[in-house]
Design a protein around this ligand. Structure first.
Ligand code: PEP
Length: 239
C-alpha cells in the first residue's frame, strides 16, 4: 500500500524543511510506503529533512532527455543525483494546463524508469467523458500509451485520478473507483493508486476496495495531521 502526497505548487524550501521535520514525528511508514512529491526547488530540503525516515521524495515531473535545449525542464538523472527516488508523470493538471499529451507523458515515464526512478503515471477521464460512458476508452488509451513506451516495469505505478474529482471535493464512490481500477488491472500488472479528493474521512473506505493499492493525495497532503491520518487509514486496511 502506497500513500503519495502531491504538493503541487505549494511549499518552498523553508516550509518544506519545517513540514518534513513535523512529518517524521507523525508518520512512520511502518507497513506502508509513504512518498511526498514536492516542487523542484524544495527537493533538496525534503531529501535532507526526511533522510533515514523511510519517507521517500519524488518530483512532480521529469523530462525525457538528459540534457539539451529544453529550457525550463529537469532531467530524471538530475533528480536521482539529489536523492530523489521517483516522479509523477502525466498529472491531469499538466495535461489540462500545460499541453501534456499521452505521448509526452509516456516518454517521460519511459525515460524516468530507464534512469532508475520510480514512476507514478496518472490517468483519468473528464466528467464529460464519464457522462458519455467513455471512461474505459480514455483509460485504455492513456494506459496503453504508457505501457507501449515503458513495457512492464516493477517500478511503474498507475494513479487513477478522475479529473472531475481532483481538487473539487467530489470523490469517486468506492464502487466507481473499484470498477475503474479493475479495468486498469486488465491492462497492466502494476499497483494502482486512487486520487481525487482523498481525505481522512473517506480514505479507509476507498483504500478498502480490492483493486485500490494506495492513494495519490493532493490538498489533504499539505497538512501533517490529515496526511498522517490518511497514512494511518492505509495501515489499518493493509493489516
Ligand atoms: C492530485 O493532485 O493528484 C489530487 C488527487 O488532488 P486532490 O487530492 O486535492 O483532489
Amino acid at each position: 500500500m502506497l500513500i503519495a502526497g502531491n504538493w503541487k505548487l505549494f511549499k518552498g524550501p523553508t516550509e518544506t524543511s519545517e513540514f518534513c521535520a513535523e512529518l517524521r514525528r507523525h508518520v512512520v511508514p511502518n507497513g506502508i510506503d509513504v512518498v511526498v512529491c514536492v516542487p523542484f526547488v524544495s527537493l533538496v530540503a525534503a531529501v535532507t529533512a526526511l533522510d533515514g525516515s523511510g519517507v521517500r521524495v519524488f518530483a512532480q515531473n521529469a523530462h525525457w532527455q538528459e540534457t539539451g535545449p529544453y529550457t525550463g525542464e529537469v532531467a530524471a538523472g538530475m533528480l536521482a543525483e539529489l536523492g530523489v527516488t521517483g516522479t509523477i508523470v502525466g498529472h491531469s493538471e499538466r495535461r489540462q494546463l500545460f499541453g501534456e499529451t499521452d505521448e509526452t507523458a509516456a516518454r517521460r515515464a519511459a525515460h524516468a524508469l530507464a534512469s532508475g526512478l520510480d514512476v507514478i503515471a496518472c490517468v483519468g477521464e473528464l466528467e464529460a467523458e464519464r457522462d458519455e460512458e467513455l471512461t474505459e476508452d480514455v483509460l485504455g488509451r492513456q494506459v496503453g500509451a504508457i505501457i507501449e513506451a515503458t513495457g512492464a516495469s516493477p517500478r511503474l505505478t498507475i494513479a487513477y485520478e478522475p479529473v472531475w474529482a481532483i481538487g473539487t471535493g467530489k470523490t469517486a464512490t468506492p464502487e466507481q473507483a473499484q470498477s475503474a481500477h479493475a479495468f486498469i488491472r486488465t491492462l497492466v500488472d502494476a499497483p494502482i493508486l486512487y486520487g481525487g479528493s482523498v481525505k481522512p474521512e473517506n480514505a479507509a473506505v476507498l483504500l478498502g476496495e480490492p483493486d485500490v493499492d494506495g492513494a495519490l493525495v493532493g490538498g489533504a497532503s499539505l497538512d501533517v495531521d490529515s496526511f498522517a491520518a490518511i497514512c494511518a487509514a492505509a495501515r489499518s486496511v493493509s493489516v
